[in-house]
Ligand binder design. Structure first.
Ligand code: SF4
Length: 889
């Protein structure tokens, strides 16, 4: 062993209580700046940073609730080896020994790292250097593969490098913004608010291209509800119409190659395959041609597809053909899902990248990086991309796997098979902040890592702005930063000099210096101007968008027609329509779309800790068109069983004409910890895009049937519940927990069940009301006067005031069994405005009784939508619905 430091020797420094610290929100790729103040007792206050260029003080519902997610309950404080607490020394030596032995016996490709867009750039840099430079394999991939790999592939094909051309300001300068496969209102809320503010000021037009009618359609001029996979026909039609309408930029075309082939493909493309009337497509094309300044934002609806790379290039082709790229208010714009997906791309965190936008396939690039790192070798072939990686884990080719800050047992397609693969792997290490995830429960070695508010480093957001994330709270127990854990394993594996880091600032300087080599090769990513930052300079680093030296396009790329292919030109890629890989048939007649909801993040490890975020949508669901629901005999709030060739799930039915017929939608967030029968990626097949390796997460085929539940239930409790029924979904509340339940067999003794479920002591006093004829029962259990919890069951979905009941555990409310408050207190309905706890029914009543006609008027009357603004699109939709109903009456 060479140069190993003392175990746990690098605790994260924490700011003094009361000092305001600038940092960055850890959720979506907007990368909002936050101001954090520790209260000295483990808590925080959080405000939007008015000086951060991404958000100028705004925060969405998730960012506003960050302080509710930093509690230490459930945190992993010490390493765990084979289920037993261990010292860092034991755990890290075991990790180093097992990886070294595996490599010695089976070769470097028997080892793999699966990392995360939640990592800071410095963490990512060390992980990538350890795997590609020293272990000698390129088997490091990231969960960003599931998020934006198709954009990376499309950029590289068109531009010669993975460059996002535009900036957030472009959204505010555009005349037309096209959202393709992007529910910006829910998934990048602050960016959406910036867009709406610009629209209010200058009348920006918005078009949404998405099979679903989402919250982002609320302010749109046009919604093209295309068929799944219909994006290529849409943009091929646009390219053809641009040509026919004489709207090409001939001067810009001289800076490109391959236009004729792309045009030929576009002219022969069948527009009917888009799934919307051609007249609608042409109206969209006309709008495009009528506006010089066009930004096309695209996200997972484009990327998560077996033709994702082609969809990206179909969009890029149209911007290149018109020269609408890299100038103010113009450009294609891939917005990333995760806070540091861009940092991971820059640092080379994908299996087919090197570092600093250098290419693994290029021998000059490889040798320059190898020399810079002082590494024995750098692999000359890409490693295994995520889906291939877990297949190799499953069939035993990968024998040592380190999973860092991600939960592939839930989020990978074919999630049941991935869970089994991890379980069967010879040696699995998991670094995380908690041991209570589906993946962490499978680890041989569990390493406690520092969490967001405890970490120091940098992240890069969707418009290439590098921001500092700063530590403000002390890490609990012996938890350590990821770069520190990785570097120590590197040292214990024998590479002391290469991993002799003491601070993230040192790592950042090395990384910035390496990017200077990329600059010498003529690559886009060169932040070497920051390589001589001293520690104080790193600590004080302000948000900086690269290129750090502003070009004449104001920090944008490509407006000057300079690209990164060897000839300096851009390339058109001819694209033809390919339908999703899985085909519907009589057994699986529905197409399943999956995605995010407004107030939860990934597998809810942090957001589920927040009662107010959990109040918005407290249960997993399936959106289905009314006609399809009628055909299947499904009523609102029924539970449905959803089956695909890969797996199955049970979800709550929501009947809505926002879905196209034959298509259903389900959110991706629920896990074995929160709703074990709703792990939606268990239904998604492991089909991938042949270029990017990104899985098709939005086009599984499924059948849907009404679940023949013997009973439905709803429970509230002041303490965690013992849930073991065939269906359950758990959520936090201000007073404890709430759960939806269902069973397939009759229950004889509801009191006994309530006692087990609510973990009540034998001494607990019970109040019970039953109606055997109707099959309903209500049980409340008290400790003295204090309500422990209550269970409500019925043969049909239970109708009680859930949000009211959720407030009662711990109180002395004797009327709990009525399921509603005494007197005529109205039911506020499901919470819509998380910030002020305003429910849907309250908003509807205010509209009807007070004659409120605008979102602003509702805000004035109820406060709803006046803080983070994330719920404004939904308030607008309620307004429209109520006014529509009134007009019809
Ligand atoms: S939009 Fe919301 S989730 Fe995304 S970075 Fe900003 S505050 Fe965080």
């Amino acid at each position: 062993m060479d140069g190993a430091s003392l175990p746990g020797s690098t605790p994260a420094p924490a700011a003094h209580a009361g000092a305001e610290v600038r940092s960055t929100c850890p959720y979506c790729g907007v990368g909002c700046g936050v101001l954090l103040t520790a209260d000295g007792q483990g808590g925080l206050s959080v405000k939007g940073d008015p000086d951060h260029p991404a958000n100028r003080g705004r925060l969405c519902s998730k960012g506003s609730a960050l302080a509710e997610t930093v509690g230490l309950s459930g945190r992993l404080r010490t390493p765990v080896v084979n289920g037993e607490e261990a010292s860092w020394d034991e755990a890290l030596q075991l990790v180093a020994d097992r990886f070294r032995d595996t490599i010695a016996e089976h070769g470097p490709d028997a080892a793999a790292f699966y990392v995360s867009g939640q990592l800071l750039t410095e963490d990512y840099y060390v992980a990538n250097k350890l795997m590609k430079g020293f272990i000698g394999s390129a088997n490091i991939d990231t969960n960003s593969r599931l998020c934006m790999a198709s954009s990376v592939a499309g950029h590289k094909r068109a531009f010669g490098t993975d460059t996002v051309p535009g900036t957030y300001e472009d959204l505010e300068q555009a005349d037309l913004v096209v959202l393709v496969g992007s529910n910006l209102a829910w998934c990048h809320p602050v960016l959406y608010q910036r867009l709406l503010a610009a629209r209010a000021e200058r009348g920006t037009k918005i078009v949404v291209i998405d099979p679903r009618r989402t919250a982002s359609c609320d302010q749109a001029e046009m919604h093209l509800a295309i068929a799944p996979g219909g994006d290529v026909p849409v943009f091929n039609r646009l390219l053809a119409r641009l040509y026919e309408g004489g709207a090409l930029d001939k001067e810009f075309l001289a800076r490109t190659n391959g236009f004729d082939d792309a045009l030929r493909a576009a002219l022969t493309s069948d527009p009917d395959l888009a799934g919307v009337p051609v007249a609608q497509l042409d109206a969209f094309c006309d709008l495009w041609m009528q506006h010089d300044k066009v930004v096309t934002i695209y996200s997972q609806g484009v990327n998560q597809s077996t033709s994702g790379s082609d969809k990206v290039n179909a969009i890029l082709n149209c911007h290149l053909a018109t020269g609408r790229i890299g100038t103010p208010g113009c450009g294609p714009f891939s917005v990333t899902g995760q806070p540091n997906a861009m940092g991971g791309r820059e640092v080379g965190g994908l299996a087919n990248m090197l570092a600093c936008h250098l290419d693994l396939e290029n021998p000059d690039h490889r040798s320059a990086v190898r020399e810079f790192w002082g590494a024995p070798s750098v692999p000359d072939a890409p490693g295994k991309k995520a889906v291939e990686m877990f297949r190799a884990v499953g069939d035993g080719r990968i024998k040592a796997l380190w999973i860092i800050h991600t939960n592939p047992a839930v989020t990978m397609p074919d999630a049941d098979a991935v869970r089994a693969a991890i379980q069967g792997c010879d040696f699995v290490v998991v670094s995380d902040i908690t041991g209570a995830t589906d993946t962490a429960r499978l680890a041989d070695v569990l390493l406690p890592a520092s969490a967001w508010a405890e970490k120091d480093g940098t992240v890069t957001n969707s418009d290439r702005t590098i921001s500092r994330q700063r530590s403000v709270l002390p890490a609990p127990g012996t938890a350590r930063p990821d770069w520190d854990i990785l570097a120590e394993v590197g040292r214990r594996m024998g590479w002391g000099t290469a991993f002799d880091y003491e601070t993230p600032a040192e790592i950042f300087r090395e990384y910035a210096a390496l990017s200077g080599i990329a600059g010498q090769f003529g690559r886009d990513f060169d932040i070497s101007a920051l390589s001589d930052l001293d520690d104080a300079g790193y600590d004080a680093l302000s948000p900086a968008r690269w290129p750090l030296t502003p070009t004449r396009q104001g920090g944008r790329f490509f407006g000057d027609g300079q690209f990164f292919h060897p000839d300096g030109k851009a390339r058109f890629i001819p694209v033809t329509h390919r339908p999703p890989a899985a085909r519907t048939d009589r057994r699986y007649p529905f197409r399943l779309n999956t995605g995010r909801i407004r107030d939860q993040w990934h597998t809810m490890t942090r957001t589920a800790l927040s009662p107010r975020l959990s109040a918005h949508l407290a249960e997993p669901y399936l959106d289905i068109h009314p006609a399809d629901a009628a055909d299947l005999g499904i009523a609102p709030a029924d539970l449905v069983q959803v089956q695909s060739p890969a797996g199955q799930a049970i979800l709550r039915a929501r009947i809505t004409d926002a879905q196209r017929r034959g298509e259903v939608f389900a959110p991706m967030h629920w896990t074995g910890e929160t709703a074990p029968s709703a792990r939606i990626d268990a239904l998604v097949p492991g089909e991938t895009d042949p270029v990017s390796g990104q899985p098709e997460s939005k086009a599984a085929v499924v059948r849907v049937t009404r679940l023949q539940a013997a009973w439905y239930g709803f429970a509230v409790s002041s303490a965690p519940m013992a849930l073991d029924t065939p269906y359950w979904a758990l959520a936090r509340t201000g007073a404890g927990y709430r759960a939806e339940l269902a069973g397939l067999d009759p229950v004889e003794d509801w009191e006994d069940m309530a006692r087990r479920l609510l973990n009540a002591p034998a001494s607990a006093r019970a109040m019970i009301v039953t109606d055997p004829g109707r099959g309903s029962a209500r049980v409340a259990l008290f400790d003295g006067d204090r309500l422990i919890g209550a269970l409500f069951v019925a043969r049909e979905p239970v109708a009680v005031m859930r949000d009211y009941l959720a407030t009662l555990p711990g109180s002395a409310e004797p009327g709990v069994l009525s399921g509603r408050p005494a007197g005529d207190r109205p039911d506020p309905g499901p919470i819509l405005c998380s910030c002020f706890g305003v429910g849907v029914n309250t908003i509807v009543t205010a509209i009807e009784t007070q004659g409120l006609a605008t979102v602003a008027a509702i805000g004035e009357a109820l406060q709803a939508g006046t803080n983070c603004g994330s719920c404004r699109p939904e308030i607008a939709a309620i307004l429209a619905r109520v006014h529509q109903q009134e007009a019809a009456e």
